[in-house]
Design a protein. Sequence first.
Length: 190
Amino acid sequence: MDVKWPKLNREGIPPELKKYAQWVVWKFGVSVSGNLTKYPYCAGTGEDASLTDSSTWSSYEEAIAAYESGGYDGIGFMLTKGDPYVVIKLRGAVAPSGDDIHIWVRGHKPAGAGCIGGPDGKLGVYDCERMIPVTGERPIDTPRTIERRQAPVDELCKQLSGSEPPIEPPASGFKRLVDSNGKLQGFLEE
């Protein structure tokens, strides 16, 4: 399949992501509905990678080695509830890679929150059971680090779901934020 995809920029990948053993390699393919998609594979075995079975994932180094040996179109990171990341996907946006733009932040998606919406369903918010292709490319003037952005994630999820999702308390080290009526508004790192 002849698809234009950028060369991997290893220096552009946030170092903190490289510490997780949540990496896979992937190949372009065509889905049953006829859409171009990315299928994840275990870097160690070449078998299909599962969105939920961590035994099918690898270290960053193993994924890079498999990618560089050939036969794969890219590397990807598997999001889980156990990591601190949320990815906001802007479908059809112009990224340096020519693909969708992925905005990485620290936080969690509120329980019950919608994950796809916006004009023509072009926005997605994901924090688990999703493979995110990683190129190391990023728009100019954006940070190389992944910052905590819980309030914007909460607001975006609220807008996408059309209602206010219940707020899950995060791990310890946060204080509750309430409005003048005592209604829980969120959490702030202490």
